[in-house]
Design a protein around this ligand. Structure first.
Ligand SMILES: C[S@@+](CC[C@H](N)C(=O)[O-])C[C@H]1O[C@@H](n2cnc3c(N)ncnc32)[C@H](O)[C@@H]1O
Ligand SMILES: [Zn+2]
Length: 283
């Protein structure tokens, strides 16, 4: 479907033109394909590869929510997940391999892993605001704006990809990872944020650990990550609440209970699922 870029030593680039699928070369402040489609590199260092005119910022989190998410993650509350993802990437890739953070958001996990592993890290997101925040982290990683529906990356060019709390696109994931590559995703575990749900709901339920539809991929491993976190400020409690789906459907009594809370302890729990490409799958 897309041209695979020719290997060119360590400088092999994996980004392709979203219009024609040809390799994108870097020239000073732009990236350009041989058909002369060109994309500016922003002053923060990321490149916008969205071919559609519509900006991704209209969808998803607004800037205020993005900043609050960034500040919350920077405090390390989800560090056990970041470490487990990093350990897993370390196991399934080697020095110099390409690692991609799919829907990287404001880049907390990309930066965490890129600062600890000697790989070639890339991250992309539909939202330019998010990608700008990610690039500002100055981690050893390249960021670009793109849509998961058509990832502008050459076929089979990624050794390990990871994908956290974002739309899932099995066909695209299978296309971009190499035959011996992996893609990791994470789902909330049974007890994830149960302490928060006990405040919000009269009859809280446990998560059902439903896994995504992953046609063309085979789950080869599941890794459970558990921790207990204590939030000591209303600001952190609200930031966590905003990051959850409960933010959009919580009864007003539950909201009121949360508003008065100064301290919250809750389990966090995730299941990391490791997928390989199904050999012979039609993508
Ligand atoms: C809940 S955030 C998770 C971000 C990051 N993975 C993390 O865990 O911190 C979901 C992200 O998916 C991005 N997103 C939503 N739809 C997308 C799409 N079609 N293509 C690329 N990114 C998308 C949003 O912009 C948002 O940054
Ligand atoms: Zn082109």
């Amino acid at each position: 479907m897309y041209n695979v870029t020719e290997p060119d030593g360590d400088n092999m680039d994996i980004m392709i033109c979203p219009v024609c699928g040809q390799a994108l070369e870097r020239e000073n402040r732009i990236r350009r394909c041989e058909n002369r489609h060109s994309y500016d590199i922003a002053k923060e260092g990321y490149v916008n590869l969205l071919s559609a005119r519509r900006s991704g910022d209209a969808m998803g989190d607004n800037r205020e929510m993005a900043l609050s998410r960034r500040d919350f993650l920077n405090k390390g509350y989800y560090q056990p997940l970041a470490q487990a993802v990093t350990d897993c990437l370390s196991e399934y890739s080697s020095d110099g391999d390409v690692v991609l953070d799919i829907c990287c958001g404001e880049g907390y996990y990309t930066a965490y892993a890129a600062e600890r592993l000697d790989r070639r890290f890339y991250g992309f997101d539909l939202s330019k605001n998010m990608v700008r925040l990610a690039a500002k982290r100055k981690a050893p990683a390249e960021f670009f704006v793109a849509n998961i529906a058509s990832i502008p990356i050459a076929d089979s060019s990624v050794k390990a990809a990871f994908h956290l709390f974002a739309p899932f696109n099995a066909a695209q994931f299978g296309r971009i990872i190499s035959d011996d590559g992996v893609i990791l995703t994470a789902i909330p575990g049974r007890d994830h944020l149960y302490g928060l749900k006990e405040i919000l709901y009269d009859s809280p339920y446990r998560n059902d650990e439903q896994e995504p539809q992953a046609e063309g991929l085979t789950a080869i491993r599941r890794i459970r990550v558990r921790g207990e976190i204590t939030l000591n400020s209303r600001e952190d409690i609200q930031a966590l609440f905003q990051m959850t789906p409960y933010y959009y459907h919580t009864p007003s009594q539950g909201m009121a209970r949360l508003d008065t809370l100064e301290k919250l302890s809750t389990p966090i729990e995730f299941v990391i699922i490791v997928y390989k490409k199904q050999q012979g799958a039609t993508l």
